[in-house]
Design a protein around this ligand. Structure first.
Ligand SMILES: [Zn+2]
Length: 422
């Protein structure tokens, strides 16, 4: 049975929804002044524009390969189209770019394969060239004082396959994949409506949603099926201003109760993101996600990581103590006070502290902090990720218990339903 059977018909006709969207699309100035995620009128035009995915930025070098015919465009003009069977290096060259032996004075170039999927790329790390990724759509390469930026311009539904395959385990249940596809689509559409004046809509990392280009294997096939089964379906809620899509946040494992988006300090205090939802479905998650063992990190290491993220923490000197000063109603750390050997004190949001320490080291802010001299111990840890919105392991637990994608989404995002946007 298709997910379409779970869709609650929109209260307005699709034509009315699309007409409303047209108004919003021409009105980005008003939209951008309001710092919340509730302003998006439901729906998108039947022909959604391609999404711009920032793959990487500030790179000194990367490599690309186009397996078949293509065009290299500068400001819409073809500057090269010679196929290459090998990878070629892309590097900044003055104010322009060097691609293989070719030097371009332009700061931006588009690589447009005749056939989608012929494009490959990889970046260099300290240990050598990273994994080769195959990309659908086109590639935009730009250079500025920070280095190279690579942006994949790709059809939205194709992009979603590369997200869902990256975000979920290949053996997750089909209904979990479908719920994941709707969540990823809704999130992406919100970003696309927010970022019209920016160079990109989403990044390919955890800061938006992880994207790996064209996936292969069982996970890729499951993701492609889920995206196809839910094509155009989004999660909406009935806001005081009408039917809206919203930022469908999700994280790996809530650890037992979901978190309010409002604790990020943003104006996200809307019904679907209010949090506080008891979720014992994620008990099936691996131990290091659901209930993790104490984690010890030296204060020196923490200080180095804080400074790497923001140099203002230098004023603390060495780190003396980290004390919680506020917790959320759900029991997570919300604000911390950092005291340094300089006698200076700084406050930090617990989620920012977690990301500085390392999102895979300190798996969630649902823990206690113990002072052990030169070390801090994070104990009684629960959950993995920020815990706002949908819980991915809980989604899998519910799917295994026989719940459908629409039911899973309505559980984690209260007062919402599925709507076909296109
Ligand atoms: Zn959960």
């Amino acid at each position: 049975m298709s997910i379409g059977s779970l869709i609650v018909p929109p209260r307005r006709s699709l034509t009315a929804a699309l007409a409303a969207l047209t108004v919003v699309a021409g009105c980005t100035c008003a939209a951008r002044t309001r710092p919340d995620d509730t302003k998006h009128v439901m729906g998108t035009p039947p022909r959604v524009r391609d999404i711009r995915v920032r793959l990487t930025t500030d790179q000194p070098i990367l490599q690309i390969r186009v397996a078949g015919p293509y065009r290299m465009l500068v400001a819409g003009r073809v500057v090269d189209s010679r196929p290459s069977s090998d990878f070629v290096a892309v590097q900044p060259q003055g104010d322009g770019l060097r691609i293989g032996e070719q030097i371009l004075s332009a700061a931006s170039v588009d690589i447009v394969p005749n056939r989608t999927g012929d494009l490959y790329w990889r970046t260099k790390s300290e240990t050598g060239w990273g994994p080769t990724r195959r990309l659908p759509g086109n590639l935009r390469l730009t250079v500025d004082s920070g280095g190279l930026t690579a942006i994949n311009v790709v059809d939205l539904e194709t992009y979603l396959v590369g997200v869902v395959a990256a975000e979920l385990y290949p053996d997750f249940h089909r209904e979990a994949f479908r719920a994941g596809a709707v969540t990823a689509r809704t999130y992406a559409l919100v970003q696309m409506s927010e970022r019209t004046n920016d160079d990109y809509d989403v990044s390919a990392s955890e800061s938006s949603q992880v994207y790996i280009g064209i996936p292969d294997g069982p996970g890729g096939r499951a993701a492609a099926a889920a995206v196809r089964d839910t094509r155009g379906v989004v999660c909406t809620w009935r806001s005081p201003r009408g039917e809206r899509i919203f930022s469908t946040y999700y994280s790996a494992c809530c650890g037992g109760v979901t978190q309010s988006a409002a604790y990020w300090g943003q104006a996200l205090d809307i019904a679907p993101l209010v949090g506080g939802i008891r979720c014992d479905y994620c008990r099936i998650a691996p131990a290091q996600a659901y209930r993790w063992k104490p984690v010890r990190v030296s204060k020196a290491e923490i200080m180095a990581r804080l400074i790497a993220r923001d140099s203002q923490y230098r004023i603390l000197g060495r780190l003396r103590s980290v004390v919680p000063i506020e917790r959320t109603p759900g029991g997570r750390l919300q604000r911390l006070r950092l005291t340094g050997t300089s006698g200076k004190v700084k406050e930090i949001r617990a989620e920012d502290f977690r990301l500085a320490v390392g999102s895979r080291v300190l798996r969630s802010t649902n823990c206690r902090i113990e002072d052990a001299g030169d070390w801090l111990v994070f104990a009684d840890g629960k959950g993995f990720g920020h815990g706002v919105g949908l819980c991915q392991w809980g989604m899998q637990g519910q799917a295994l218990a026989g719940r459908r994608a629409g039911q899973i989404l309505a559980f984690y995002y209260p007062d919402t339903h599925l709507t076909r946007a296109y």
